[in-house]
Design a protein around this ligand. Structure first.
Ligand code: CTP
Length: 406
């Protein structure tokens, strides 16, 4: 049974400095006649006994005005204001930073794109209606006269109990398809399932997806989801055809567990794990164009796609080395997962450790003229190394001398 008051959870889970700040805000809200609340992820996570890292406070009314009051009444300073959304960020004495948002109503005039705020300062019951899932629409009052009281307009408590993800209205995924990926993220992170109707709405959307949408949100949710490093999240993305949000046709042959296992082996080198999960789904370069990838992210994906297209099968160790040389680990893993070409493993496990010890200076001392010839010589030495005919610098130099004489 969920408690109908969040007070004990706040007490138990939040750090003491954060609690002190919240009490302070509650006192001032009470004195100055503002209603303030915790809403969304923070309430959900506290009710589930999960750690909470960011605290957002929702003010019924104008959050900026409330923060200005806080600034005059307590030791804190407003460090950021966004006038159009009526939000403010405040840093308190003990370095606790809290985002304050005004209650607001939103509309989606352009489906799939960012919403337009139609009103700020509305009643809380209107604010929660704009949210994604019922479990993210639960609020807890913070005013000192009602501190911790749960306000559940959408039936979120019941859904939390039943581990169910339920959208608040039929157009939710059409308005904001990133919610489908959020559903995937929460289902894996919390062990929840979509309720039947919500799954139906998801299927309906994925049968006729709208690709004219805000890619930024989709990208951010995919990143958060795949950074969970969850084979189940990947498998669900494929099984439920969630990839349809960003590509017509994904590569469906790989299992999440394979990605998990191979990534675990190289985890200290991988910087963009989520791109390994995402990249194996891609089948063409347009996929890598869909999102606004950073330059290095895009390079990594394009390299992988190029390598997959070429997919050389060769026993020539030098060719194998050159094929993978200068490619990042993520690209090589995507290539391996898609093609199962063992040359990738040969390179990662063995060949990439080979190094030519001879330097440019050594070549100059041997009367070679700097220029294109140098890289030709280094390549020839590398070949000798890879094929085991030389194994130290002295043998390299002896080999280079034979070149000079030939
Ligand atoms: N929200 C929404 N639709 C979205 C994104 C967010 O309705 N596409 C609402 C939800 O009520 C959510 C709140 O805005 O709880 C805050 O969003 P965010 O911080 O992204 O989500 P959290 O629920 O806190 O999730 P996470 O724990 O992953 O940060």
């Amino acid at each position: 049974m969920q408690p109908l008051n969040l007070k004990d959870k706040i007490e138990k889970i939040l750090p003491s400095e954060t609690k002190k700040v919240i009490y302070e805000c509650a006192k001032i809200a009470h004195l100055k006649d503002y209603r303030i609340f915790l809403v969304g992820g923070v309430v959900r996570d506290l009710l589930l006994d999960r750690n909470v890292f960011d605290i957002d406070i929702t003010v019924q009314g104008d959050a900026i005005e409330f923060c200005k009051l806080l600034q005059t009444e307590t030791e804190c300073s407003i460090i950021q204001i966004q006038e159009d959304l009526k939000t403010a960020k405040v840093r308190f004495e003990n370095n606790v930073t809290i985002d304050f948002a005004s209650t607001r109503q939103e509309e989606y005039p352009q489906k799939g794109h960012l919403p337009v705020v139609t009103k700020t300062g509305c009643v809380l019951s209107r604010d929660v209606k704009r949210r994604d899932f019922t479990i993210n629409a639960i609020a807890a009052a913070l005013n000192s006269d009602s501190y911790g009281r749960i306000i559940d307009y959408a039936g979120g408590i019941e859904d939390l109990k039943n581990k169910t993800l339920r959208v608040l209205h039929e157009k939710s995924f059409i308005d904001d398809p990133s919610r489908i990926i959020r559903g995937l993220k929460f289902s894996v992170r919390l062990g929840f399932e979509l309720d039947k109707k919500t799954k139906q709405l998801q299927d309906n959307y994925l049968n006729a997806p709208n690709r004219d949408l805000s890619r930024m949100r989709i990208k951010s949710e995919l990143q958060q989801t795949f950074e969970l490093n969850s084979p189940a999240a990947f498998d669900r993305c494929v099984a439920q055809k969630i990839y349809k949000i960003f590509t017509e046709d994904a590569n469906k042959n790989i299992k999440g567990q394979e990605i998990f296992d191979i990534s675990a082996k190289y985890k200290t080198e991988i910087k963009h794990l989520w791109l390994v999960y995402l990249g194996v789904l891609f089948t063409c370069k347009e996929d890598a164009e869909f999102f606004n990838f950073e330059k290095n992210e895009k390079r990594l994906l394009i390299d992988a796609l190029d390598m997959i297209a070429e997919n050389p099968r060769t026993d020539d160790l030098f060719k194998v080395y050159k094929f993978f040389e200068n490619k990042c680990i993520e690209s090589i893993l995507i290539f391996y997962l898609v093609t199962k070409n063992e040359n990738a493993m040969l390179f990662l496990e063995k060949l990439r450790k080979f190094r030519v010890e001879t330097t440019g200076e050594d070549l100059i001392n041997m009367d070679f003229l700097p220029g294109a010839q140098f890289s030709e010589i280094f390549d020839l030495v590398l070949k000798e190394r890879l094929e085991g005919r030389v194994s130290n610098k002295r043998e390299e130099i002896d080999f280079i001398k034979t070149l000079k004489n030939s």
